[in-house]
Design a protein around this ligand. Sequence first.
Ligand code: GRG
Length: 273
Amino acid sequence: MHAIDQYREEFVAYLSEKVKTKEPENLYDPMVYILGLGGKRVRPVLVLMAAEIFGSDHKKALDAALAIEIFHNFSLVHDDIMDDAPLRRGKKTVHEKWDLNTGILSGDAMLIRAYQLFENYEGSTFRELAQLFSKTAIEVCEGQQYDIDFETRDDVSIPEYMKMIEYKTAVLVGASLKMGAIVANTSQDNKKKIYEFGRLLGIAFQLQDDYLDAFGDPETFGKQVGGDIIENKKTFLYLTSLNAEETAIQLGHLYSINPPDSRAKVETVKALF
Ligand code: GRG
């Protein structure tokens, strides 16, 4: 078995042991549900790998990895509410399966639960993890707000887009690697470098996510293919197509399509690439 799959398996076993439902069930069932739907577990695996790279037993990083995965899942629950998305990982989103208020409140509880996990660390390790978490969570909010603001703008530039995806997605990937480095108590220089590596990896990751929104296999993508285009999200594909004169003409045609005909809108954008 590949080392990544081993980390993933070990992480999932830890998650199942730590994340269990309790009363009131409508608060905790959605947490168990969304975290049990799978997903690639990219971020927690990165936490564990970074801890090991810098000489720690990766088991010491399991709580930080769990915190990151719970936070990530919380952000998906709230993001799906904001987008009114029906599907996540090929299954009903939390607000679809339960209702809006349940999605909001269980998401809030997940955010706090994530932070609480850092209390399992002590001294400067706790301080550094908690500070990095707070900074990253605020940046994720900023990225999400840029994303929302850009939906109603047609003049979004590539640098603005890059800033948006850096905050919405990449900082959490950087923070995942840096958290492993913090648990391993490596040098500040190593922490800085691994964060930068993760930030760039996160940017590549979001570019791929944008691509999959248009070209992903609906079976494996797990959410609505073309959802970004229908929502007028400023994705990389969309913005680069706007830069090309002839595709801009076609996008002009796209705007003339009635909003209810969203399938045609998706097909038109896909045809541009
Ligand atoms: C209140 C701190 C706070 C944040 C709320 C909702 C929100 C602000 C931010 C949402 C940010 C968001 C959903 C970014 C998308 C990131 C992304 C690429 C998600 C998909 O990640 P994968 O592919 O998913 O790793 P899996 O299913 O594999 O876990």
